[in-house]
Design a binder for this molecule. Structure first.
Ligand code: 5RP
Length: 294
């Protein structure tokens, strides 16, 4: 029984102040439930509405990719500079300390290796296990135009149904087959299909011409993949152009962990994404940090 002796009268009702709710900073997400928004806030920095996701899930179909041979040695030191880690449940349980308290985006599709048809994926994680791991979102590959297009779309929609039940966002990852053109027309098609069918946010590739139309036509937030390793200045320029044209951040892997100075690179990417630092300035920032590291 609570001790009520000396309980003060309530009086401070601020009758002149209407109760308001601050707007949620991510486009297309205002109607989501509290838990879903809370999870998204572990991915996207609420101060900027943007994210630097560090993608290290390549092993789920590529095996020990260059730079990811030892995630404990090479990747854990980068975590203080990422908003979110994107990885598989195997790596999460085996290598990531449970004291890591930022968002985890869990790879939830898989099946084929690089030795087979990549679009033949299935759901590879149950929502129950994702919840057990307390993840901020699950990620699923969608192969528009691929041999197993419909199967991959159904993987996504099944995860969306389960995610909506439990408040877990779903990241639809547009995977572009080698035979398909990586242009704005394709990216508009793929990202819009993911959003229309319920993805909470979408990952796609930056395209040189017309990326702003891809971002504008997608009603939910878009993040870009880094793609194959580029010289650091080019990768920073790509990230800058993407966020200036409407992306809500990056989900970058090889351009960070295969950099000559990965910590310097992820910090420079953070400046571009969260502070709109122009690419040349970000590149000089990268160089300064890289020099200090040796
Ligand atoms: C695979 C993925 C990877 O996580 C991601 O695309 C790899 O990141 P990067 O291209 O920046 O190395 O989603 O399709």
């Amino acid at each position: 029984m609570a001790d009520t002796d000396g309980e003060q009268d309530t009086h401070d009702y601020h009758l002149d102040i209407a109760q308001t709710a601050p707007p949620f900073p991510l486009k297309g997400c205002h109607a989501l439930d509290w838990g879903m928004k809370n999870r998204l806030s572990h991915i996207f920095d609420p101060r900027t509405g943007r994210t630097v996701m560090l993608a290290v899930d390549h092993g789920y179909f590529m095996g020990p990719t260059s730079g990811l041979e030892r995630i404990d040695v090479n990747i854990l030191p980068l975590l203080p500079y990422a908003n979110t880690l994107m990885c598989t449940r195997g790596v999460l349980r085996a290598l990531v300390p449970s004291t890591f308290n930022k968002g985890v985006v869990l790879r939830a599709s898989g099946g084929p290796s690089i030795l087979h048809e990549l679009s033949n994926e299935h759901i590879a994680v149950s929502m129950e296990d994702a919840l057990r791991l307390n993840v901020a979102a699950v990620a699923v590959q969608v192969f528009i135009g691929g041999e197993f297009e419909t199967q991959s779309v159904h993987n996504m929609t099944r995860l969306v149904d389960q995610g909506n039940r439990y408040g877990v966002p779903v990241l639809g990852v547009t995977a572009v087959g080698k035979q398909l053109a990586r242009d704005a027309k394709y990216m508009r098609l793929a990202t819009r299909i993911c959003a229309e069918l319920g993805a909470t946010y979408v990952k796609t590739y930056f395209v040189e011409e017309g990326f702003e139309t891809v971002a504008a036509a997608c009603p939910v937030p878009i993040v870009i993949a880094g793609g194959k390793k580029l010289p650091e200045r080019e990768a920073l320029t790509m990230a800058y152009r993407a966020v200036q044209q409407g992306a809500a951040g990056v989900d970058m892997g090889r351009n960070i962990f295969q950099s000559a100075a990965p910590i310097a690179m992820i910090r420079a990417v953070g400046k571009v994404v969260h502070e709109n630092m122009p690419p040349q300035e970000a590149y000089e920032y990268y160089q300064t940090l890289a020099r200090e590291a040796v």
